[in-house]
Write a protein that binds this ligand. Structure first.
Ligand SMILES: O=P(O)(O)OC[C@@]1(O)O[C@H](CO)[C@@H](O)[C@@H]1O
Ligand SMILES: [Mg+2]
Length: 284
């Protein structure tokens, strides 16, 4: 029988995401020490760093040192490169929704994706406070726990709920564009606008049909890599905010249940610049 390629890695990712989620839940019950990164609203905690270490450490122990590459949010924050090569690469957000975690807002996710030859092979998003395990392998469908999930069949934008986020860049020009886009979409009118505070969870909400689309400029590859596989395998679509092909490192994305909804949103998006995740470090 043909080898079930990357199955071992996938199963291990699910187990390690569950373990990481338990650490986050436990840490949330104690006092949380908060630091900041790029700005006063870009929060990080000791738990983010600790959980990333646990995930990468477990993966290295299981698959050996030097066999795989890693792109982890907190390692990149400490100066590690953020370049996706053809080598098997884990893309990790240990705590997606750190601000939620700090405030006790109940959506926090562990996001783990695996890419080979720059193609995403699987994605795991563990929404650890809800205890929901979203997962998908390329070509094998998307699941929440053991249940198969699919995107919504709504085609009319006026019957949709759309998610977006504000990110952590508060420069007035960007904030103006973000709110102007939201205003235009709200006034189409759509049934509602939402935001869970975690991009990974937002994508799972698209995948399971709770909302029709999630778009954002400013997200990072670790926020959306796992969710991208889950949305696609649930029957959804991923595009750039200008309607071109989705590019994981571009920091721009529209994920939607179908092209009709995606195109309608794209018509309203006011694009602003965001430096690519894989931009050379000296330029950052
Ligand atoms: O820093 P974290 O908690 O991992 O990322 C959370 C988050 O704010 O980052 C994205 C980019 O702004 C948002 O979509 C998402 O909600
Ligand atoms: Mg994140």
């Amino acid at each position: 029988m043909a080898e079930d390629l990357w199955k071992k890695e996938y199963d291990f990712a699910v187990a390690v995401a569950r373990k990481a989620g338990a650490v986050i839940r436990e840490a949330g019950e104690k006092e949380i020490k908060v630091c900041t990164k790029s700005s006063t609203v870009d929060l990080v905690t000791k738990t983010d760093e600790r959980v990333e270490k646990i995930i990468i450490g477990s993966l290295k122990e299981e698959f050996g040192e030097g066999t795989h590459c890693f792109i982890g949010e907190e390692s990149v924050a400490k100066g590690e490169p953020c370049i996706l090569t053809d080598k098997p690469t884990w893309i990790i957000d240990p705590v997606d929704g750190t601000t939620n975690f700090v405030h006790g807002f109940p959506f926090v996710a562990v996001s783990i994706a695996f890419a080979v030859n720059k193609e995403l092979e699987f994605g795991v998003v563990y929404s650890c406070l809800e205890d929901k395990m979203y997962k998908a392998r390329r070509g094998k469908g998307a699941f929440c726990d053991d249940d198969r999930i699919t995107v919504s069949d709504v085609e009319e934008i006026k019957k949709s709920i759309i998610i977006s986020e504000h990110g952590t860049d508060r420069s007035p020009e960007k904030v103006k564009k973000i709110f102007s886009t939201m205003q235009k979409i709200l006034c189409i009118p759509v049934h509602g606008l939402r935001g869970s505070g975690t991009a990974a969870t937002n994508m799972c909400l698209v995948a399971c049909g709770a909302v029709e689309a999630f778009f954002e400029i400013g997200i990072h590859c670790w926020d959306i890599a796992a969710g991208a596989v889950i949305v696609k395998e649930a029957g959804g679509i991923l595009l750039d905010v200008d309607g071109g092909p989705f590019d994981l490192m571009s920091r721009r994305m529209v994920s939607a249940n179908n092209k009709k909804i995606a195109d309608r949103i794209i018509k309203e998006i006011e694009i602003f610049p965001a430096e690519r995740d894989d931009a050379p470090i000296q330029k950052k």
